[in-house]
Every structure is written in structure tokens, then in C-alpha cells.
Design a protein around this ligand. Structure first.
Ligand code: FAD
Ligand code: DHB
Length: 389
């Protein structure tokens, strides 16, 4: 089998890259380890930056998002019950869209089906070969048989635990990491959201986030120690803790119900440099992870895809490799901006076991600065709604 671009991973970055390249007349094959149902059952991100929204439209995968997504032009920040609003629109003239990653992935699968793209779900034992030559290839098992896929370029879109990054010799990679001493316990419940806009709530009991998917679907999170397991948390225990971390007037109108999904995600900042080795180019979580506090993970995957797609279109239309040569540096410049923002939001809003009085005063001062200073609000709004690609 032969294609132009072999894409490892059929999550949001792999599917979006495949969709954009196919529409530009570039052939792709997507190799995804899991079944389509499994990929579509993962509940993850919920906030799309302006650039992400625009690129999904450009990919021909934005129609349902434009009907069902909810534009938000602000969010609320709370500190031990005192709450204030950041108006993104007033601060920087941009908004975000509330639309779940599950829906984005479904729309991309549908768009890929509509153009007859080639996706192998349940492709196992994927391995990359001759990546540092002009003739790379990928081997995998599918439907009980071994396959070989020859290609010009390999896009590693296989997430943090994928094999693409691991295929780069360790001596050529530099990794930067911070592991936070807590995770987020998240639940999804068919209840009316407690708020129209997201509430990021810091409290002495720990952080909580009130988010939503639609008018009858709430997505809520609480900070938990890394040692906690999902089984430790009954729905009852979750609601009690979540309510206790919200401002009283918000907690008073919280509607509870059974959870339909409950999971714990550890928080980590991670970057692997460079994002290219030979004919392999990494996109999204394969190269970097952010803590979720800034809602950046999915959006960063999308900006990587945009840069790689531009570079590949240039390569196939003009023969110039300049875009591909510049890909890693261009993507990493934006990645580090989002790293900084996600780290600073995480530090400002969470309880850290090692924090003392000084750190607490710093958190209060950061939040006070956001309330007082238009410049501080603008900086936050620009980062939250997403720096232009
Ligand atoms: P993924 O979505 O990880 O997709 C990679 C794909 O590659 C997967 O489908 C995987 O099955 C496949 N794959 C892996 N290994 C192989 C292999 N060897 N061969 C073939 N295929 C392979 N971001 C936010 O902004 N907000 C959130 O609330 C949030 N919550 C999250 C919760 C969890 C539990 C996780 C893991 C992430 C969360 N994120 C969140 C981050 C966001 O979901 C990711 O940044 C986004 O999914 C990145 O997309 P991706 O396509 O790069 O990677
Ligand atoms: C959601 C997740 C986030 O990490 C975030 O910052 C905002 C919203 C969500 O799942 O809705």
C-alpha cells in the first residue's frame, strides 16, 4: 500500500490533518489503534478557541458545531466564594465556543466518511521504519493480516502514550516536564448547568470547575490528590465536595443527578523537542501535554495541525521543504505560550500541598490584578481565547 502522508492516530489531530490534506488533494491513510466507538466514547475537552472553530469550518466539519455549539464571551473566576467576570469580548474582541471534543471527533469522522478517506481502526502493532531516509514506511496489523504502508511523510498524531515520539532516538529528544501533585475528578451529568458561563473556582478545599456541554448536560470537575481513585468517589461525595467549593449563591442553585461518566485525569506539563525527526512530524499530545486549567490541550493539537498542513501543502504544490523545515520551531513557539498560560492558571487556582502563606498571597494578588487591571484581563483573554495561528 502507498500513500503520501501516513497518519498515526485517529484522535482529533490525526482526523483533522487527514481531512484538511484530503481537501487539498493530498492522499492520506490514518492508522488508529482503537475502534471508532472507543475513540468516540472518550469525554475530554470542551472549549474551542476562535482559531480552532475557524479551522474546523475550513475543513468542512463545522456545520453541526455552528448549530449546537454555544459561543461564550466571558468566564467567571472565584476565590473562596468571591466571584468576578472576565469579559473576553471587551478585553480582546474574541470569544470561545463550548463544543465537546467528542462531538468534534464525531464530526471529523463523518466528514472523512463523506469524502471517502482511508481510516484503519483497530490497527495494531504500528511501527515506523526508515524515518530518517527519503523512503519511510509503516507496518501494522489489521484484520488478522500484516500490512506495509509506504509514504513520503509520517504524521505522529498518536497522543501522549503513542509510539511516534518513542520512535525518535532518545539522544535526539529533549523533554521538559512538570507533574502536579493532583488530578481532576470529572463527571458528566444530565442536569441543567449551574451557570451559563464557566466558573473556575479556587477555594481552601481545592479547585473546582463548573462547565457544560449543552442546556441539559453539565461537566464538573474537582481537584483531587493523585492517590485518589474513581472508585473512592460516590456521586454523593462528588456533589458534596463540588458544592462546598463553589460560591454560596451558585451552590444554592446546583441541580444534582446521577453521573453518566466519571474519571480522574492527572495534571502534567510536558514538551518534547524537536517536533520533527527526518520524515516524522509530531502533532498534539504526541509532543506536548498541558494541565487542563487553561483549556488548551485540544486547541494546541489543532494549531500544530494547521502549521503542518500548510507546510505539506507547500511541499506538494511547490516542492519547497522550507515549511517542513520550519515546522518544529513554529509549532513550539506557540506551544510554549500555551504551556506558560496553562501553568500560570493552574498555579493561581489550585491548592498545592507544599504551598505556604506566601504562595497563597501570590494567588490572591494575581486574582486581584485581574480584577483591577484592564491590561491583566486583556492578557488573560488573549491567551484563553487563543493566540492567532
Ligand atoms: P489523542 O486525543 O490522545 O489521540 C491520539 C489517538 O492516537 C488516540 O485515538 C489513540 O487511540 C491513538 N493511538 C495511540 N497510540 C497509538 C498507536 N500506537 N497506534 C495507532 N494509534 C494510536 N484538554 C482540554 O483542553 N480540556 C480537558 O478537559 C481535557 N481533558 C482531558 C482528559 C483526559 C483523560 C485526557 C487524556 C486529555 C484531556 N485533554 C483535555 C487534552 C485533550 O483531550 C487532548 O489535548 C487532545 O485529545 C489531543 O488530541 P490528539 O489527537 O493529539 O491526541
Ligand atoms: C472543560 C475542560 C477544561 O479543562 C477547561 O479549562 C474548561 C472546560 C470542559 O471539559 O468543559
Amino acid at each position: 500500500m502507498r500513500t503520501q502522508v501516513a497518519i498515526i492516530g485517529g484522535g482529533p489531530s490525526g482526523l483533522l490533518l487527514s481531512q484538511l490534506l484530503n481537501r487539498a488533494g493530498i492522499a492520506t491513510v490514518v492508522l488508529e489503534r482503537r475502534s471508532r466507538d472507543y475513540v468516540l466514547s472518550r469525554i475530554r475537552a470542551g472549549i474551542l478557541e476562535t482559531g480552532t472553530v475557524d479551522l474546523l469550518r475550513e475543513a468542512g466539519a463545522g456545520a453541526r458545531m455552528d448549530v449546537e455549539g454555544i459561543p461564550h464571551d466571558g468566564c467567571l473566576l472565584a476565590d473562596n466564594g468571591e466571584m468576578f467576570r472576565i469579559d473576553f469580548d471587551a478585553a480582546c474582541g474574541r470569544k470561545v465556543m463550548v463544543y465537546g471534543q467528542t462531538e468534534v471527533t464525531q464530526d471529523l469522522y463523518d466528514a472523512q466518511d463523506a469524502i471517502g478517506a482511508t481510516i484503519f481502526n483497530e490497527a495494531t502493532d504500528v511501527a515506523l521504519h526508515d524515518v530518517d531516509s527519503d523512503a519511510p514506511h509503516v507496518t501494522f496489523r489489521h484484520g488478522g493480516a500484516d500490512h506495509r504502508l509506504d509514504c513520503d511523510v509520517i504524521a505522529g498524531c498518536d497522543g501522549f502514550h503513542g509510539i511516534s515520539r518513542q520512535s525518535i532516538p532518545a539522544a535526539l529528544r529533549q523533554e521538559f516536564e512538570r507533574i502536579y501533585p493532583f488530578g481532576w475528578l470529572g463527571i458528566l451529568s444530565r442536569t441543567p448547568p449551574v451557570t451559563d458561563e464557566l466558573i473556575y473556582a479556587r477555594s481552601d478545599r481545592g479547585f473546582a470547575l463548573a462547565s457544560l456541554r449543552n442546556p441539559m448536560l453539565s461537566r464538573y470537575y474537582v481537584q483531587v490528590p493523585l492517590t485518589d481513585r474513581v472508585e473512592d468517589w460516590s456521586d454523593e461525595a462528588f456533589w458534596t465536595e463540588f458544592r462546598a467549593r463553589l460560591p454560596a449563591e451558585v451552590a444554592a442553585r446546583l441541580v444534582t443527578g446521577p453521573s453518566i461518566e466519571k474519571s480522574i485525569a492527572p495534571l502534567r506539563s510536558f514538551v518534547s523537542e524537536p517536533m520533527r525527526w527526518g520524515r516524522l512530524f509530531l502533532c498534539g499530545d504526541a509532543a506536548h501535554i498541558v494541565p487542563p486549567t487553561g483549556a488548551k490541550g485540544l486547541n494546541l493539537a489543532v494549531s500544530d495541525v494547521h502549521y503542518l498542513c500548510e507546510a505539506l501543502i507547500q511541499r506538494y504544490r511547490t516542492g519547497s521543504e522550507a515549511g517542513l523545515d520550519g515546522y518544529s520551531a513554529r509549532a513550539l513557539a506557540r506551544v510554549w505560550q500555551a504551556m506558560r498560560f496553562s501553568w500560570s492558571m493552574t498555579t493561581m487556582m489550585h491548592s498545592f500541598p507544599e504551598h505556604g502563606g506566601f504562595d497563597r498571597r501570590m494567588q490572591q494578588t494575581e486574582l486581584a490584578l485581574l480584577q483591577r487591571s484592564e491590561a491583566a484581563r486583556r492578557l488573560m483573554a488573549e491567551n484563553y481565547t487563543g493566540m492567532p495561528f
